[in-house]
Each structure stands twice: as structure tokens, then as C-alpha cells.
Design a protein around this ligand. Structure first.
Ligand code: RIB
Length: 288
């Protein structure tokens, strides 16, 4: 089981000819709302890839549409707590090159309580993985409590904050970060992420692929060339799909599977709704 303590956002997505410069007013000719948030994107990617997933999250009073989306994508709402704080949201600009710029409002994602966390962890079993990102509050507490219970902990270092990484470092089993975040962490600490004592370090490098450092060994994975229309949630899709296959044991296959999942996801609009299922990913892999 993957127990993901993760954010849920309403993504407000505007297509723009280019990303706005400081002080610039831009007209957008397309607006759409989507389910998003790094946490739920990763949960959906793992679940669609076939892993058993429980998503532990918080939603505000204004969240009926998001609840419908989550249930429609096959995830249970049982571990999602209703809070008074407004639901988290993201304002996202996507340009003609499929690049994006994102501003997030944490809202309900920052209303986790220790009681909610303890209750979820109390029902975890040996061998379960806890998945965390940096869009919720109490991340350090969750990592510490999970490790104390002997659970495996994966931490996605996004949005990146070197202090937040250092807070969880001693309690995590897997650190996932992109190349820019890996460079920033090395600069801040004077150490490469792979040398920080974490068992598994996954570095995604966009078009240059990904690498997994584990026990002194490095597995490399090339990316698949596709025509991207929207890269929002690509990293989340990679990690969720990777976790789904990694937890069952084959790291090299997990990397290839994750690269295929994110290659498919960027060819569609939106974050969570664009995430492919295992059958589609397997077909893509066999066709390449
Ligand atoms: O990683 C993509 C996600 O980042 C978006 O879905 C948005 O909600 C922000 O959290």
C-alpha cells in the first residue's frame, strides 16, 4: 500500500502565447479548470499504474467538484478530511512550448493535524510506503512518525525548499527531485544528493531522462521523444508511476514504466486527468 499524505488543488489553467514577464499584462484565449496538486497527481499516477493507494488529504467547503473528480479517477475519498479553510488552488500559465508557470495557494493543504496523521499511520501495515511532497504542513512530523513505525518513506522535494529537504532527510528511504532541485541542494549543502545517506535517490532530468542512485549503483533511463502540449504534472506522473512498480521490486522496469507514463501525460492537457493507466503505458512501452 502507498499511503500518500498529499495536496489537492483546483488548477486554474490559462493558455498564453508566452509566460508573462514582470509587469506584463497578457490576454489568454483559453481557460480550463482541472484537478491538480502534486500530492493527488502522484496518488492518481500510482493508482492508475496499478498500485493500491490511500490518499490522505484536506479539502475545504468549496470542494464538491474536486471530490467528484477524485472519485471519478478511481481514488477513495475516505481519508480526505473536510476542513473550514478554503481548498488549495493553483494558477497556472501554459505557453505555446508547453512550459508552465505556477502559483499555488496552500489553503486546506496546510490544515493537516497530528490527530489526522496519527489515525492514518495507525492503520498502516509493515512494508507500506508513505509518500510526501512539500505542499502540505507537518511533513517533518509525518516522516518522523512513519519512520518510527518502520514504514518506508518517499519524499518528493517539490516545491523545492532546501531546508524542508534537510528536515526530513534522516527519516526518508527515497528522495525524488529534478535536476534543478538536485543542483540547488548540492549548492546549499556542499554534497550531491546521492551522497546524503538516503537509500534511493531518483533524479528526473526532463528530456535527458532520469537516474536512480541506489546502494552505490546508478540506473539510467532515457526519456521518450513526444510532442508535448502541457508539462504540468509530468514530474508527479513520473514519480507516481515509478512508485507503483518500484514497490514491487524491479527498479529498472519502474524507471522505464515511469518515463513512458510521463511521456504520454505531457501529450494531453491538465495534470491529473491526463495521467495514463497501466495498460496504455505498457502498450506504449511495447511499441517503442
Ligand atoms: O506538479 C504540478 C502541480 O503543481 C499542479 O497540479 C499544481 O496544482 C501544483 O501543485
Amino acid at each position: 500500500m502507498i499511503l500518500n499524505f498529499g495536496s489537492i488543488n483546483l488548477d486554474l489553467v490559462y493558455r498564453v502565447p508566452h509566460l508573462p514577464a514582470p509587469g506584463e499584462t497578457l490576454a489568454s484565449d483559453s481557460f480550463a479548470k482541472f484537478l491538480g496538486g502534486k500530492g493527488i497527481n502522484q496518488s492518481i499516477a500510482a493508482a492508475r499504474a496499478g498500485a493500491p493507494v490511500r490518499h490522505v488529504g484536506c479539502l475545504g467547503p468549496d470542494s464538491d467538484w474536486l471530490r467528484g473528480q477524485i472519485a471519478g479517477l478511481g481514488l477513495s475519498l475516505d481519508d480526505i478530511t473536510a476542513v473550514d479553510t478554503p481548498t488549495g488552488h493553483a494558477v497556472i500559465y501554459v505557453d505555446d512550448n508547453a512550459e508552465n508557470q505556477i502559483v499555488i495557494f496552500g489553503g486546506a493543504n496546510r490544515a493537516f493535524t497530528t490527530a489526522q496523521i496519527d489515525a492514518a499511520l495507525n492503520s498502516a501495515s509493515d512494508g507500506d510506503w508513505v509518500l510526501l511532497q512539500n505542499e502540505t504542513n507537518l511533513v517533518g512530523y509525518i516522516a518522523e512518525q512513519s519512520r518510527a513505525r518502520g514504514l518506508n518513506v518517499a519524499y518528493s522535494a517539490a516545491p523545492f525548499d532546501p531546508d524542508a529537504v534537510q528536515e526530513v532527510l534522516e527519516n526518508i528511504t527515497l528522495l525524488a527531485l529534478n535536476a534543478g532541485e538536485a543542483a540547488a541542494l548540492s549548492q546549499k549543502t556542499g554534497q550531491a544528493p546521492a551522497g546524503m545517506g538516503v537509500d534511493h535517490v531518483l533524479v528526473t532530468k526532463g528530456a535527458e531522462g532520469a537516474e536512480l542512485h541506489m546502494n552505490g549503483q546508478v540506473l539510467q533511463q532515457a526519456s521518450f521523444a513526444v510532442e508535448a502540449v502541457d508539462t504540468t504534472g509530468a514530474g508527479d506522473t513520473f514519480l507516481g508511476a515509478f512508485m507503483a512498480r518500484f514497490v514491487t521490486g524491479d527498479a529498472a522496469h519502474a524507471l522505464a514504466f515511469a518515463a513512458a507514463a510521463s511521456a504520454i501525460q505531457v501529450t494531453r492537457q491538465g495534470a491529473a486527468a491526463a495521467i495514463p493507466r497501466a495498460e496504455e503505458i505498457d502498450r506504449f512501452l511495447h511499441a517503442t
